[in-house]
Design a protein around this ligand. Structure first.
Ligand SMILES: Nc1nc2c(ncn2[C@@H]2O[C@H](COP(=O)(O)OP(=O)(O)O)[C@@H](O)[C@H]2O)c(=O)[nH]1
Ligand SMILES: [Mg+2]
Length: 707
């Protein structure tokens, strides 16, 4: 492999709806460049990109796969991504290290739901974007409709560089209004014949060409002047203007290809070489140390890890982009997060599962290394003398949560280990332990994502796991003050037990003034591990209870609070005033006061209008305007409180607070309510009162469970 300098490396993420042809296009680009002897297909399960067993089985991409091709003295790194929303994490990490997004559009369907979701997502990265209408060979392909759907998606800055044409003899042709040429393909595709644009399309081509010239000139003053002088621009000037327009996100060129029949991929690679930006053209990134890191070769080396993979017989593979300087085989760099030195060993460039050793990689390039000790996705490795840390990748928050456990109890440890690796490979799979509910929670992006995790556990780790709905963790509290007293007394043989406690409990709130009807001899404010507070006030006068017994009383109360009287849920936000009691000179001890405190508290609690609180999620739903009514009705059926609505382009956003108990399978319902066009995020907001009828239901259920 030739070594390319930083100006001759382009990084492109292939994104777009599921089934649009991203993987097939990547395969064709590798083949056209002579890197493959034969082209694999999705159906034959032998593409370079979809090489994992699960991708072959499902005949679709599930992971982002780094590939590269070489075209006319340029190296093009491609990251082929999956098209389904559940795998958005793969798209996010690919976008992070690519300068250009290449959105593949299925020529039969135009911009689809998946395109729309991904477009909205990649918008956040502010990346220059090329649209490619694929499948022009297909009898169902409709170029004009597909093009219009792109305009609808991305606006008036979408501009045609090419359109397809069928020759009278049935051969496929592509008319290019930048080059002002027609390319005619044989049945096998590959290298086309170059021709003049036929008479019937001349006028249209001229018009589009002029549009393109104007658009190219718009983005550069110098070009604008040239354009006014000459009335046109030459090809090089146009390329310069198009590049500027792309960098300003004010020009989105549209190409056409048949990935399957190998038509148009060479021209597209030529455009990537000559027009799409390299890392040097992009705004330099600022490190967390607030240093501007230019992707220059003559600088201290740094690299950013965007992907991690575990492969049988190989172990851990770390994929990275060189952000500055150059890295060489055998370099020792420091991991900014751990401070540990990592030995880079052999460097590789990658094409799916194939790795080719290289001696060095320069700023802007993408490569891999194996067997790093303790480096994860989002880490930066830097020169020992020059600390550089890049901002970690912002992965989307999880959308579903499940309890996960090994079907076979003996495999629990094995499961932990496997889940750790799965998280390392895919940071959107998150495993946490919920101490309160004593359950292990796996969070991820959706039901399909979960199915993939399950598959990996079974097929790669030989573990059968079970996934259940997590239990909702309620809270208990009180709504009015109540007092009670309790005497604990035991006098059967040996030493007796005696303790008597009088207390008052009240609902606690932030900023509550001290009581005026009791003296405050001591006050403890305790932040409870399950949220909320216990305020414990000692108002004992005349030493009726010894001060040394107060901690025992509090301990007894806390024990009750840990598993509340209503449903065994934790109690929060209570103020307790211990104001009276009795001791016995011989029989009183810690345990007696603990028992008395606990029982006095329990009695008072049940008398104080006790209430259940439930977790509430802050939910944001985004959907096309016309679907808002249905989404709203559904949300109201889930006891949601609508907090606000706002317009975001063609979309409406609803902000709502929804009880977690009502969010069950929301992703599935939203999908069917919006034909897949709605998306949502959901975050914990806080605890709120459960409606009375539901409270009664829950108490009844809890009694039943106990029996
Ligand atoms: N007719 C036709 N089919 C194509 C073309 N490109 C891809 N396909 C088919 O579309 C399906 C999805 O392709 P794939 O590359 O997996 O799409 P991806 O999900 O975007 O990666 C496969 O069955 C391909 O054979 C094309 O240019 N023409
Ligand atoms: Mg694919």
């Amino acid at each position: 492999m030739k070594i390319y300098d930083d100006k001759h490396i382009k990084n492109v993420a292939f994104v777009g709806a599921h089934g649009s042809g991203k993987t097939t296009l990547a395969e064709t680009m590798l083949f056209e460049a002579g890197l493959l002897n034969r082209r694999g297909t999705i159906e034959a399960k032998n593409t370079v990109s979809d090489f994992t067993d699960i991708e072959k089985e499902r005949q679709t991409s599930i992971f982002a796969t780094p590939l590269h091709t070489e075209w006319r003295n340029y190296k093009i790194n491609i990251i082929d991504t999956p098209g389904l929303d559940d795998f958005i994490g793969e798209i996010v990490s690919a976008m992070r290290v690519s300068e250009t997004a290449l959105v593949v559009i299925n020529g039969q369907h135009g911009a689809e739901v998946g395109t729309e979701i991904i477009w909205n997502y990649i918008g956040r990265f502010h990346r220059p974007t090329v649209f490619v209408i694929n499948q022009i060979d297909h009898e169902g392909a409709k170029f004009d409709e597909a093009f219009n759907s792109i305009v609808e998606l991305a606006g008036k800055n979408v501009i045609k560089i090419q359109f397809p044409h069928k020759m009278p003899d049935g051969r496929q042709a592509i008319i290019d209004v930048l080059k002002m040429k027609m390319y005619i393909f044989g049945p096998e595709g590959g290298k086309p014949e170059k021709h003049e644009i036929p008479e019937e399309h001349k006028e249209m081509a001229e018009m589009l060409h002029n549009e393109l010239v104007e658009k190219a000139a718009e983005n550069d003053e110098e070009l604008m002047e040239l354009f006014f002088d000459k009335g046109t621009l030459n090809e090089d000037e146009m390329k310069k203007g198009i590049k500027k327009g792309m960098l300003n996100l004010e020009l989105f060129p549209v190409f056409v290809v048949s990935a399957l029949n190998d038509m148009g991929s060479g021209r597209l690679m030529g455009f990537i070489d000559n027009v799409t930006p390299s890392a040097l053209d992009m705004p330099a990134e600022q490190s967390l140390e607030e240093e501007i890191i230019e992707p220059k070769v003559d600088a201290a080396p740094s690299l950013f890890v965007f992907k991690t993979k575990y492969e049988p017989n190989v172990g851990k593979i770390t994929y990275f982009k060189v952000k500055s300087g150059e890295v060489k085989t055998g370099d020792k760099l420091v991991n900014g997060r751990t401070g540990e030195l990592e030995n880079l060993g052999q460097l590789y460039i990658i094409n799916g599962k194939q790795r080719e050793s290289v001696e060095k990689l320069v700023a802007g390039d993408i490569g891999a290394v194996i067997k790093l000790k303790n480096t994860e996705t989002s880490d930066t490795l830097h020169h020992p003398d020059h600390k550089i840390t890049f901002k970690p990748i912002q992965f989307p928050a999880p959308r579903i949560r499940k309890v996960v456990r090994a079907s076979n109890k003996n495999e629990e440890e094995k499961l932990q280990d496997a889940l750790k690796k799965i998280h390392s490979q895919d940071p959107t799979v998150i495993v946490t332990y919920d101490k309160e509910m004593k359950q292990q929670i796996l969070s991820c992006q959706g039901e399909l994502h979960l199915a993939i995790v399950d598959w990996i556990l079974q097929k790669e780790y030989g573990i059968k796991a079970e996934f259940d709905q997590p239990r909702i963790s309620y809270r208990e509290t009180i709504q009015r003050a109540a007092s009670s007293s309790y005497r604990h007394k035991k006098q059967s043989g040996g030493a007796g037990q005696f303790g008597e406690v009088h207390l008052k409990i009240e609902p606690y709130y932030e900023g509550m003034p001290d009581p005026d009807s009791f003296p405050v001899r001591g006050k403890e404010e305790e932040d409870l591990p399950w949220g909320g507070k216990l305020v414990f006030i000692n108002s004992i006068v005349g030493g009726v209870i010894d001060a040394r017994y107060l901690p025992s009383i509090k301990k007894g109360i806390l024990e009750v609070m840990e598993a509340g009287p209503l449903t065994k849920s934790p109690v929060r936000d209570v103020r307790v005033i211990v104001y009276d009691g009795k001791m016995h000179p011989v029989d009183s001890n810690d345990i007696s006061f603990k028992i008395a405190g606990a029982n006095a508290f329990k009695q008072a609690f049940l008398d104080a209008n006790p209430k259940l609180l439930e977790p509430i999620q802050e939910v944001t739903v985004k959907m096309p305007e016309e679907m808002m009514g249905n989404v709203m009705t559904d949300l109201q059926g889930r006891r949601a409180i609508i907090m606000g609505m706002e317009t975001a382009g063609k979309y409406q956003k609803i902000n709502a607070r929804v009880p977690l108990a009502e969010m069950y399978r929301y992703s599935t319902s939203l999908r069917s309510l919006t034909q897949g066009r709605g998306t949502f995020t959901s975050e914990f907001y806080g605890y709120e009162l459960v409606p009375q009828n539901i409270q009664e239901e829950l108490i009844k259920q809890n009694k039943k469970d106990e029996e």
